[in-house]
Design a protein around this ligand. Structure first.
Ligand code: NCD
Length: 311
């Protein structure tokens, strides 16, 4: 495995399966009353968040703590970044403090890649601009495997604002590596220009794709990244691309509904669908912790076994 996790494309099929299998092992400890392993004792993980986050930041913090790492949480607000300090100077400060791992979320696509050239520790991309979010793709794959088994040949449909979604890109890359058959569905204005070079199919017609899908993953419309009108009205978007009860009823019985959160109920997904037993939205959050534990363990843990030793 590479030293950093910047893109889902950094992972070979074997790397990805190793992470998912390790996460499965680590999931055992999440059901214990004492959810802690000594594996990363003495290592320092810095969470460097320049963009808002609820799930991802908390999840990485919980993951590092469950492995007994020391965790330093840094958010750009209230730090010297608001005084104009550059990413490079921030990186050098972390370096001086001896960070073994740096988890970074940044509004600029490519920021984790730059950071990786300045620090000695492992860099984990927790979302960079509209580019990638590889640990989200891993936790999504973990969730799908738990619900549906092997992903080889599974039909996975990802619906919504693909243009601004780092979740979509990372999922397409990882799911393709794992042998799944991915279709992206969006209005033409919400596809990136080079989407035809991605290893997936594209469609503008949700109703045509829905009945064949094993997984339907809904994406949030990322209004904060939009500087133009990409569709006429929210109502119009919702009518064509929202997962309402009628559409949900046309899905196969075993098919599941996913969403990375934060979701806008009533816009891309109806509340009844989000709360149905076939929705994995809450499970995805729980699985995020175990998947990120596996990533941190494999990048920082060296040769000690993940479970075992003096627990
Ligand atoms: C996503 C993100 O930040 O890229 N959320 C997440 O990490 N769970 C998706 C989004 O913001 O819509």
């Amino acid at each position: 495995m590479k030293r950093h996790l910047i893109s889902a494309a950094d992972l070979t099929r074997d790397d990805a399966l190793l992470i998912l299998d390790t996460a499965e092992e680590l999931a055992q400890i999440s059901s214990r009353s004492i959810k802690k392993l000594p594996t990363l004792r003495g290592r320092t993980v810095v969470n460097l968040f320049f963009e808002d986050s609820t799930r991802t930041r908390i999840s990485f913090e919980a993951a590092a703590k469950r492995l007994s790492a020391d965790v330093i949480n840094f958010s750009a607000k209230g730090s010297s970044v608001s005084k104009g300090e550059s990413l490079k100077d921030t990186a050098l400060t972390l370096e001086a403090m001896g960070a073994d791992g740096v988890v970074i979320r940044h509004g600029a696509s490519g920021a984790p890649h730059r950071l990786a050239t300045w620090v000695h520790g492992s860099v984990v991309n927790a979302g960079d601009g509209t580019h990638e979010h590889p640990t989200q793709a891993l936790l999504d794959a973990f969730t799908m495997r738990r619900r549906l088994g092997d992903l080889e040949g599974r039909k996975i449909t990802i619906v919504g604002d693909v243009l601004h979604s780092r979740v979509a890109r990372s999922n397409v890359l990882l799911l393709h590596t794992l042998g799944a058959d991915v279709t992206l569905v969006a209005p033409p204005t919400l596809f990136p220009i080079a989407v035809d070079t991605w290893p997936c199919q594209i469609s503008y017609d949700l109703d045509a794709v829905l009945p064949k899908s094993d997984v339907v993953m809904m994406l949030r419309v990322q209004a904060e990244r939009m500087n133009a009108a990409y569709f006429p009205t929210a109502r119009e978007y919702s009518r064509r691309y929202g997962l309402d009860l009628a559409r949900f009823g046309r899905m196969q019985e075993h098919a599941i509904v996913m969403h990375p959160g934060p979701m806008v109920r009533g816009m891309e997904i109806a509340a009844e669908v989000a709360d149905s037993p076939r929705s994995t939205i809450v499970e995805q959050v729980a699985n995020g912790v175990t998947t990120r534990m596996a990533v941190l363990y494999l990048l920082l843990g060296g040769s000690e076994p993940a479970i075992g030793g003096d627990q």
